[in-house]
Design a protein around this ligand. Sequence first.
Ligand SMILES: *Cc1c(COP(=O)(O)O)cnc(C)c1O
Length: 397
Amino acid sequence: MEAQASTLESLDRITRNKLDDLEAKNLRRRLSTTDRLGGIDVLRDGRRLISFCCNDYLNLSQHPDVKRAAIDATRVYGTGAGASRLVTGNHSLYRELEAALARLKGSEDACVFGSGYLTNLGVIPSLVGEGDLVVLDELSHACIHAGAALSRARVECFRHNETEHVESILAAWRGAHRRALIVTDGVFSMDGDLAPVPKLAGIAERFDAWLMTDDAHGIGVVGGGRGSTFAHGSPAHVPLQMGTLSKAVGSYGGYLCASKPVVDLIRTRARPFVYSTGLPPSAVAASIAALELIERDAETVARPLAKARRFTAHLDLPEAQSCIVPILVGEAERALEASRVLEERGYLVTAIRPPTVPAGTARLRFTFTASHRDDDVDRVAEIVRTEIFSGGCRPGS
Ligand SMILES: *Cc1c(COP(=O)(O)O)cnc(C)c1O
């Protein structure tokens, strides 16, 4: 008993030291209870704020048709899937959702996972392993880096969106490896810019590599709602399009859209698919209803990007390419302070700090949704101009 007590004590002591260290660097993170109030308004610490940091770009999580679909599915199928999809968790809504995703993305088939994070952890190690090469944009989402590390392939990162660097890495390393996979965000989650997808597709073809894009922030927003593959004129050749159902789709889950053999292999081999329980029927039904709205309502799909462009025009920034607009402020402490200034004025824009973004590039990350009113966009831009830029920081990215 005594040995046990002292183990616990040292566990707490070590974790407390780590927390103190993070606190000293302004890198400790804390949860705030935030209740969404039906649209872009949220309730936090008893205050009503207008949120500019939610990824529910089309506000579909609050849409009556989407909510009804989730409630109806719960009535029919219950609250949980009960087992992994390969056992008894594959309720009949899955087939409908996977067909809708494949249709939207122009792929032969699709496979739905528990989340976007799990999709990248599952897909990358199913396709490449020891003796293979993975080439990543350095700013790719954390779960792409995690999936690549899990695969045990050789991982090389290229400078953000620099296709010449991709070519030089492949020229140096491709020959010594059996297979090669290039992975990038289609829309960068913390910068809001687009990957040069058609160029990367050309490079992939030339070097006999496979191209995979993470379209977490593309689906429902760019390319007419079909994502970054469709945002550059004629559709690019992207054999592996993954993404999430938790952002513009307003629900939960992740997906891979690919050819039939690829999807069949993933369903057989991807560990987070095989060893994790299926999604609740309500989440799957909500995604189906949301995708129907995305396919049908081009006007709503176009709105978040238009709001983001209104904001960048107001501030004389480069025109927004997606509905994410970062304002770089440098050190973590400054980002926290800028976020506090906005919160005092009634706007919620969380500070994004390392390790989510590289050191020295802490920022405010604004996201725009179909429901933001033009006058709120103008007002928040004006606060940034007068109170945040005037503090000496200039926009980056
Ligand atoms: C949010 C995000 C994910 C993770 O998706 P979840 O469904 O939330 O797990 C993956 N990739 C990118 C680029 C993201 O922004």
